[in-house]
Structures are given as structure tokens and as C-alpha cells.
Design a protein. Structure first.
Length: 513
């Protein structure tokens, strides 16, 4: 087992339309200009073909051409495992950068490689909104996509479901959004660096995307890259940063196959792996971790990350947010970079979080505080709708101190065979249920008319997506029937009772969807 040291961090998130091949080549060029000298360049992207019309072989070729110009003989490999797919469902997505980093770290730790430059990139600015929405719908199980659901509408349903169990949650999520947006303003690596005024929060500048989520609650569509060098030898800089722990976990792809939506099974599995390798318990993790970067594509994802990563208990997380415990001067500063709200080029996001932690550790982040932050830090990254999640623990200390050797066993990356990709089980219809949440999606995918009326119902202890017309309230008893191959909310056991399900949003989707 070898130690894993980090150096030569790079991150640039923006709205550029530069070709993906150019972004990757530029990341390599800038890494070499900063002094990186890897034996292997390991690259990854979540959706290169869909967003940028280039495959992994094309990206690897662009890097090889760049290395020729640099007169360097480093090997180049495209790490394709993050591109896990099952019948159109993409299982890694925004976890791609974290998956890439974990692969590189384990190769160094096992002695398989001595020095790797990990590069993750994504170009999401070349397509129109409809096509981008379609690509990101691939994160959702094909059976559940039939309801017109998108990632923002899933976030809205999750927020509404959790609100009934955590008093004060809505206010806490608003605080998270504004705090992260404000911190991104001063981050030179962020894509969105403008001020968001609370006075405009309910106006036309912040339209509803999927009730209750508004535009500012959704991370931006960005392009960019992140890169960092991993090696078995110290960087010889004043502060050394090591990889201290790695954890990954997964959950069923379909929401209807999950045991609960109140906690993330994927995050808890990742936490169990991380703590098992360290020989720690949750209290020790809370005591040792000094700052963190927590995925916040929607505020509710950050809320669950704070809770399921072990940093806060379910009973204290809302008060911790509202009382400033995760602010710059709090017990555990979180998302000092501005988080994913500052920029979200899907395939690069996870590695970008780790780069931010490194820069904060050595005092080079360009955001407050400017001094090095020694000790442990934690990154939490999400793939899909909490389907494939990662925890990354770093340790920073002065280079004059004794460096530790952390146990980072070589584990094979997950494959599609490791995931439950089955469809939700059929129901004997009509059947009773309880309505957990409801949203109206105002930015629908192609083939659906706004607003798309989507509900989340509890049937036999499991959540099921349903078409839910107006007039039904969360927490009430309902009946579910079937129409056009989809579950529809009714008010009673007879299919003719209650509000009709005739709605433009229920027409069969266009074949392109």
C-alpha cells in the first residue's frame, strides 16, 4: 500500500462553447505548464457523445496530440466505467469525476501506477434546452420517464416529501441556496458569479421550474474541466494533501424500487465503506472533519448529504443550517466554493469538488479564509437521483509533519450488473394509496405540455410516481387507477370517480422523448 498525494489542481467552469476535445487538451496543457509530469493521463466525461458528439477514443486522441506538442510520452486512457448504462439509463452522470478520482487513487495506492493526472470534462452548452433535458432524463429509469419527470421535478417531489418530516426544512433550503449563490460570487473558478437578491426571489427573475423549486434552486448548465495530479511521493510544498479515505455506494435506479426516500441508501453505503477502511465510527468522523464540499444541484440534495454522510444527525441538520453552523464561521464550513450552484458541468463536477477542497486546504482557493485549512475535509458527490454516490476524505498537514499511510484497498468499480435496474413491480389496480407529494413541472421534456402534473404516492410502503391532477393534497388518502399505461390518481375505487385525468400533460409522449 502506497500513500496518495495530491498536487497541480485545475478547475475552470464556465459557459464556454469550446469543443470538448479542446477543453480536455487545454486542461492537460495547463497542468503541464504548472509542473505536472504524470506517467498516465486518465480522462473521463459523462455524456461526451450526447452533448459534444465525440466519444472516449476521440478525447483520448486529442490528449495524445497535445502530449506530442508537449514532447511528453505519458500514456493516455479514457476511463469508460463512469459511463454505466442500462437501457438508456445513465448510472454515473455527475458522479463521473468522483469515480475517476477514486479509480486513480486506488491505482496509486495499490502500486499499479506511480503518478496519474486525472482530467474530467463536460461540454453542455452546445445543445438546446429540449435536447439537454432529454440527455439528463437518461438518469431516470425508463419506466418512470413515462410520467414526464425530469431531475428538477424529482428534486421538487423529494423536497415536498421531506418537508413533512423536518420542520423548518423549506426555510433551511432557501438559506442553503442563497448562501451558496453568495459564496460563488468570489470564486474565480465558478461559472455563475452574480448576486441573487432576496427581494427578487418570488418575482419574474426567479420563475417556478417545478413547484416549489424555482430557477435559482437549480444548478446551472455549465461547461468546463477539473484536473489534479495524484502520486505516491510528496509534492514538497508547504502543505501536503493526502487521500485519506474513499467510499462509494449505490441504490436502485427506479424510485419505486427503493426502500425509502427519507434517507439515501447510496450515501449510507458509501459512508459504511469509508468508515470501515478507516476503522472509525460516525462520532470520530464528525470530530475530525473540519470543512466539506457537499453536492447541491438542488438544495435538498445538500440537506440529505449533510445528514447521510454522517456529518449531522437528522434531528440537528435543520437547526445547524439555520443557526449558521455550516457557514464560514461555523463549526463545519460547507461549500466555501459556492458549491455546485456555482457551476455544474456534469462529468467534471465531482472532481471539481475535490479540487476545491485541495485549494482550501493549502490556502490557494481565492475565497475566505485565505490561510491553509489543515486537517480532514470531505467531499460528497451524487450520481443521478441519488443512485451512485461518493465520499472522498482528504487530509492536509504541514509538509514537515509525519505523513500517514491510509488504507485504500483496490476495489473494482461498480458495473451495471451491480445495480438494481428493474422496473417498479406491477400493482393490482385500482388500489388505495397515500399521496406523499405533488409538483407541477413548468419546463417539461419534449413531448409533454406544461404544466406536467406529477405526484409521488405511497403504496405498500414504497413510493410510486403517478399522474396527479390538481385538487389533491399531500398526506391524503387516494386511489390509483391506470390510464394510457400510467398510474393516475383518483378519489375513489371506481375509475369514474373523482377529478378526471384528462390533461394535455397526459398525452402519450412524442417518440423522440
Amino acid at each position: 500500500m502506497q500513500p496518495v498525494y495530491l498536487s497541480h489542481p485545475l478547475k475552470e467552469f464556465s459557459g464556454t462553447r469550446e469543443p470538448l476535445e479542446g477543453l480536455v487538451a487545454r486542461a492537460v496543457r495547463e497542468a503541464f505548464a504548472s509542473g505536472a509530469r504524470p506517467e498516465l493521463v486518465l480522462i473521463a466525461s459523462a455524456h461526451p457523445e450526447e452533448f459534444a458528439a465525440v466519444d472516449g477514443a476521440g478525447l483520448a486522441s486529442s490528449v495524445r496530440e497535445e502530449l506530442k506538442l508537449l514532447r511528453h510520452l505519458a500514456r493516455v486512457e479514457y476511463f469508460s466505467n463512469p459511463g454505466l448504462r442500462h437501457r438508456g439509463a445513465h448510472l454515473a452522470a455527475s458522479a463521473t469525476g468522483a469515480a475517476l478520482f477514486h479509480e486513480a487513487a486506488r491505482r496509486i495506492a495499490s502500486g499499479e501506477e506511480q503518478c496519474i493526472l486525472a482530467v474530467a470534462a463536460e461540454q453542455m452548452r452546445l445543445l438546446g434546452r429540449d435536447r439537454t433535458t432529454q440527455v439528463l432524463q437518461g438518469l431516470i429509469h425508463e419506466e418512470e420517464r413515462r410520467y414526464g419527470v425530469t431531475m428538477p421535478s424529482l428534486g421538487a417531489l423529494l423536497e415536498a416529501t421531506l418537508a413533512s418530516h423536518h420542520p423548518g426544512l423549506i426555510q433551511a433550503l432557501e438559506e442553503l441556496m442563497f448562501a451558496n449563490r453568495a459564496r460563488a460570487v468570489s470564486n474565480p473558478r465558478a461559472h455563475i458569479r452574480k448576486e441573487f437578491r432576496r427581494a427578487d426571489a418570488m418575482g419574474h427573475k426567479n420563475p417556478v421550474v417545478s413547484s416549489p423549486l424555482r430557477l435559482w434552486d437549480v444548478a446551472p448548465t455549465s461547461s468546463g474541466f477539473a484536473a489534479i495530479q495524484l502520486g505516491s511521493h510528496p509534492s514538497k510544498r508547504p502543505v501536503e494533501v493526502q487521500v485519506a479515505g474513499l467510499g462509494q455506494g449505490h441504490d436502485a435506479v427506479a424510485l419505486g424500487c427503493r426502500r425509502t426516500l427519507h434517507r439515501s441508501a447510496a450515501t449510507r453505503e458509501a459512508l459504511e465503506m469509508l468508515l470501515g477502511d478507516l476503522g472509525w465510527q460516525v462520532p470520530e468522523l464528525r470530530r475530525r472533519v473540519r470543512f466539506a464540499e457537499i453536492h447541491d444541484a438542488f438544495p435538498v440534495i445538500e440537506f440529505l448529504g449533510l445528514m447521510d454522510s454522517g456529518l449531522f444527525s437528522p434531528e440537528e441538520v435543520v437547526s445547524a443550517i439555520l443557526e449558521g453552523e455550516i457557514g464560514p464561521n461555523g463549526r463545519l464550513p460547507v461549500n466555501q466554493s459556492g458549491g455546485v450552484m456555482g457551476g455544474h458541468p456534469v462529468g467534471a463536477t465531482g472532481l471539481g469538488q475535490i479540487v476545491e477542497l485541495y485549494l482550501q486546504s493549502v490556502g490557494a482557493a481565492g475565497v475566505a479564509p485565505s490561510a491553509p485549512q489543515l486537517g480532514y475535509s470531505l467531499a460528497f458527490n451524487v450520481g443521478g437521483p441519488l443512485t451512485y454516490n461518493f465520499l472522498t476524505l482528504l487530509r492536509a498537514r504541514e509538509s514537515s509533519g509525519l505523513q500517514e499511510l491510509f488504507w485504500l484497498p483496490r476495489r473494482p468499480p461498480f458495473t451495471a450488473a451491480d445495480f438494481d435496474t428493474s422496473a417498479p413491480p406491477p400493482l393490482a389496480l385500482p388500489c388505495p394509496a397515500r399521496l406523499l407529494a405533488r409538483t407541477e413541472l413548468h419546463v417539461p421534456p419534449p413531448g409533454f405540455e406544461a404544466p406536467v402534473q406529477i405526484g409521488l404516492a405511497e403504496v405498500d410502503g414504497r413510493a410510486r410516481l403517478v399522474h396527479c391532477p390538481r385538487g389533491f393534497r399531500a398526506g391524503t388518502r387516494i386511489w390509483i387507477a391506470e390510464q394510457s399505461g400510467r398510474l393516475v390518481v383518483r378519489s375513489g375505487p371506481g375509475v369514474a370517480e373523482g377529478p378526471t385525468a384528462r390533461s394535455g400533460s397526459m398525452r402519450p409522449p412524442h417518440p423522440a422523448a
